[in-house]
Ligand binder design. Structure first.
Ligand code: FES
Length: 105
């Protein structure tokens, strides 16, 4: 069953940036877009499992730090070589000053 869990505080992420969040043996990436919305994806690149939180956010794109693969973090869509498998995304909501993500098993 899916559950909402606290990923970070709103102020823990700058706009157009990403942070890593680990929970129950899994790793996630939490993003804050330039228009001040929050998004969550799996934290590891689908190419060779680099941590995406070490990458760069540009507009709606996360660029992987290892081979510069790109994903749209809003949808998880792979945006070009060498990545070809989409990222899993998770629902996000803001509750006061907390960012929550809905994690499915
Ligand atoms: S590990 Fe991310 S592009 Fe290769």
């Amino acid at each position: 069953m899916a559950e909402w869990i606290r990923a970070c505080g709103v102020d823990d992420i700058d706009t157009e940036d990403v942070v890593r969040f680990d929970h129950a043996g899994r790793t996630f990436a939490i993003y804050r877009s330039p228009d001040d919305r929050f998004y969550a994806t799996d934290g590891l690149c689908t190419h060779e499992l680099a941590h995406l939180a070490d990458g760069f956010v540009m507009d709606s794109i996360i660029e992987c730090p290892k081979h510069n693969g790109r994903f749209d973090y809003r949808t998880g869509a792979a945006k070009g070589a060498p990545v070809c498998v989409n990222l899993k995304t998770y629902p996000v909501r803001v509750d006061g000053d907390q960012v929550l993500i809905e994690v499915s098993p």
